[in-house]
Design a protein around this ligand. Structure first.
Ligand code: NAD
Ligand code: TYD
Length: 433
């Protein structure tokens, strides 16, 4: 049972934050309300040609925020979302997108939502490691063969944004195999398909101006965790990779493959490495949504070790904006770090969260540490701010308030998750800790 007294208290508190809070009925974050109004904070669109994006892992946390963001920002762009729907993939994250931009009834009546508006969103269930499926998507045959393209749009993707991944460090410690399959093999399958369909048998002339390689972009969404941990200073894009967990090792391997496809074939790959995200739709195995939802259920909040590990937090919409800047202004072959310079120890973070939610600090429970737990991540973001003109717009305080508010207003979303297989995972992970 939810403690109504807690909910009332937290709702009152979150409104004190003077944050523009979306009062939505549906699951969609009101990005238009959350976005700052100023025009010049968006990337200047360089190439206005309509684009078809293959977004992988779009039913997960960051991918679903990105699809909302991109379809709102770019009225002439189309998104194909390829997602395997693992435990972390949730079509409820995109229910409003499906009804607003998708096909009226994807399984039977293959008509666009309105006669004059072509669908701009297509969902395909499948794995990025399935070469046949990925090839059929790149060639456009998938839609022709399944009569899923009533308006005979050109649905061959010119851009790939690869979010699809096994993403949780703790799960990678329990079993690394799915991380190898998706994060490494899956990325290689996508790279190979992009090479085959975009470049054919040729490689690009390495002496040509890299800008000529537009409009194709393969954007690999990577993580700060590939650099490993540091007690002092910040990682730049030149820092050596030194991953410590099976998760970060698999992401680093994917980054190396991306680099190799750029160097060997001049496939126009860009890698972004972002710090820890918070925001709507995050699966409650990760620290912040786990803590918010546990607090709402008056359950202990497990803190690993001494709680002094440091993470640098960024609001998910700032990450999505940075990816949009990168697609429009980033250079093929380059790497861009993305972060908001908001470092907190886990303990500081949870103390602040419990304050914002008006819950007692006594909910904190120190538990056994994560094996190989990275002490601190920190990124230097000079390159993306100077070269692409991006900067984060959300302070940690605003991001935290917006995130708490979203979980308060979407109780059925997280309760559905927590009552399913998640309960078994939670028990396995925390009951003997
Ligand atoms: P998530 O776990 O919430 O979502 C992952 C999505 O990928 C899910 O929808 C899942 O169904 C899908 N997926 C998994 N295996 C697949 C496969 N083989 N084929 C197709 N789809 C598959 O992850 P997230 O937190 O949204 O992270 C997205 C990406 O961003 C990941 O690549 C992650 O490494 C990276 N990243 C995440 C963070 C963060 O703080 N969450 C920070 C930096 C980078
Ligand atoms: P997490 O959200 O899993 O992200 P990552 O490991 O990719 O940084 O964890 C964030 C931090 O919180 C990390 O230092 C581990 C810690 N943590 C806890 O203390 N307790 C928890 O229950 C979880 C899930 C994480």
């Amino acid at each position: 049972m939810v403690r109504r007294d807690l909910l009332t208290k937290t709702q009152g508190l979150s409104s004190k934050t003077q944050y523009p809070i979306p009062k939505t009925q549906n699951l969609r974050p009101k990005t238009q309300n959350l976005r700052p109004k100023t025009q010049n904070l968006r990337p200047k669109t360089q190439n206005l040609r309509p684009k078809t994006l293959l977004v992988t892992g779009g039913a997960g946390f960051i991918g679903s925020n990105f699809i909302h963001y991109i379809l709102n920002e770019h009225p002439d762009w189309t998104v194909i979302n390829l997602d395997k729907l693992t435990y972390a993939g949730n079509l409820a994250n995109l229910a409003d997108i499906e009804s607003q931009y998708g096909l009226l009834n994807p399984s039977k009546d293959l008509v666009a939502k309105t006669q004059d508006l072509r669908p701009r969103y297509f969902f395909v269930r499948g794995s990025i490691a399935d070469r046949e499926l990925v090839d059929a998507l790149f060639s456009g045959e998938y839609f022709a063969a399944n009569s899923l393209n009533p308006n005979t749009q050109d649905l061959r993707p010119s851009i790939v944004v690869n979010f699809a991944a096994e993403s949780h460090v703790d799960r990678s410690i329990l079993d690394a195999s799915p991380f190898i399959e998706t994060n490494i093999k899956g990325t290689q399958v996508l790279l190979e398909a992009a090479r085959t369909h975009w470049l054919g048998s040729k490689t690009q002339d390495p002496t040509s101006n890299t800008q000529d390689l537009r409009p194709n972009i393969f954007l690999q969404v990577s993580t700060d965790e590939v650099y490993g941990a540091t007690e002092k200073g910040k990682f730049t894009e030149e820092s050596p990779l030194s991953p410590n967990s099976p998760y970060s090792a698999s992401k680093a391997a994917a980054d190396f493959l991306c680099h190799a496809y750029w160097k060997t074939y001049q496939l126009p790959v860009i890698i972004t490495r972002c710090s820890n995200n918070l925001g709507p739709f995050q699966f409650p195995e990760k620290l912040i949504p786990l803590a918010i939802t546990n607090a709402l259920e008056n359950k202990p909040i497990p803190i690993y070790g001494d709680g002094l590990n440091v993470r640098d937090w960024i609001y998910v919409l700032d990450h999505c904006r940075a990816l949009d800047f990168t697609l429009q202004k980033g250079k093929p072959g380059e790497i861009y770090n993305i972060a908001a310079n908001e470092e907190r120890t886990n303990l500081e973070l949870i103390h602040r969260l419990l304050d914002v939610m008006d819950n007692p600090q006594s909910l904190i429970k120190f538990v056994a540490d994560r094996p190989g737990h990275d002490r601190r991540y920190a990124l230097d973001i000079t390159k993306i701010t100077r070269e692409l003109g991006w900067k984060p717009l959300y302070s940690f305080e605003k991001a935290l308030a917006a995130t708490v508010d979203w979980y308060l207003n979407h109780e059925s979303w997280w309760r559905q998750i927590k009552s399913g297989d998640y309960a078994k995972y939670y028990d396995r992970m925390y009951s003997h800790r």
